[in-house]
Design a protein around this ligand. Structure first.
Ligand SMILES: C[S@@+](CC[C@H](N)C(=O)[O-])C[C@H]1O[C@@H](n2cnc3c(N)ncnc32)[C@H](O)[C@@H]1O
Length: 216
């Protein structure tokens, strides 16, 4: 059995620590982000245009975006690294499927997802692991199915040592230019459809990138 890298253990422990305060922080966030809601609406239309079906929210946190996608009529479910966040997601969204797991080894069958969203979760994945993660995204998506990425725009990595009410964290946050993400996506077999740079919840530039797995 291969042991888990320390950055992954640290990310899990960090989000377990801040799970309650993070949930409070994001609870009503989408109310103030019309461009993000519009992008989710566009994503939902693309899922339906390609035949509908289960949609994975990867790195779903407490499940507020999963819930919004369900409100848009999608059969959305969530997966997250943090067991504590998944407990909260289940508590706050009874009857919705949420599971613990990592995007570095996504536990879903090939071509089983009609859409996949990774909203501010790839930001914690180091550059050299991104191709492995995107290969999983590509593998689990059906041909033609859409992918939505939300991320911090920039070109720097920093170690965040506290957050969401001053709790201790040890999590790397990677900001990336959209051109780098687009190049990684193209190399992984995706077609990049659009990119926007609205102001993120944290007041800095946030990227939203829409792509799809090439049709068979
Ligand atoms: C900034 S939060 C975003 C959460 C949620 N998508 C939202 O919009 O509020 C980052 C999330 O990514 C999750 N995460 C980080 N690395 C992950 C991995 N390897 N696999 C699955 N989830 C991961 C964290 O546990 C955390 O919930």
């Amino acid at each position: 059995m291969t042991s888990e890298p320390s950055w992954l253990e640290d990310t899990r422990a960090s989000y377990d620590t801040v799970a309650e305060s993070y949930t409070e922080y994001v609870r009503d966030l989408l109310d103030d982000l019309p461009q993000e809601r519009a992008a989710f609406g566009q994503f939902a239309d693309l899922v339906r245009a390609n035949g509908d079906g289960p949609v994975a929210d990867v790195g779903c946190g407490p499940g507020h975006v999963t819930a919004y996608l369900r409100h848009l009529g999608l059969d959305a479910f969530g997966i997250d690294l943090s067991p504590r966040l998944i407990e909260i997601a289940r508590r706050d969204n009874p009857g919705v499927r949420f599971e613990v797991g990592t995007m570095t080894d996504l536990p879903f069958p090939d071509a089983s997802a009609a859409g996949l969203l990774a909203y501010y979760s790839l930001i914690h994945i180091p550059d050299d692991v991104i191709p492995q993660v995107l290969a999983h995204f590509h593998r689990v998506l059906r041909p033609g199915a859409p992918l939505l990425l939300g991320f911090h725009v920039g070109d720097e990595s920093r170690l965040k040592t506290e957050g969401y009410g001053g709790h201790p964290m040890r999590v790397h946050v990677h900001r990336r230019p959209h051109t780098r993400l687009a190049a990684w996506l193209t190399a992984a077999g995706f077609t990049v459809a659009s990119h926007e740079t609205p102001t993120s919840a944290e007041g800095s530039a946030g990227g939203i990138l829409l792509a799809h797995r090439a049709s068979a």
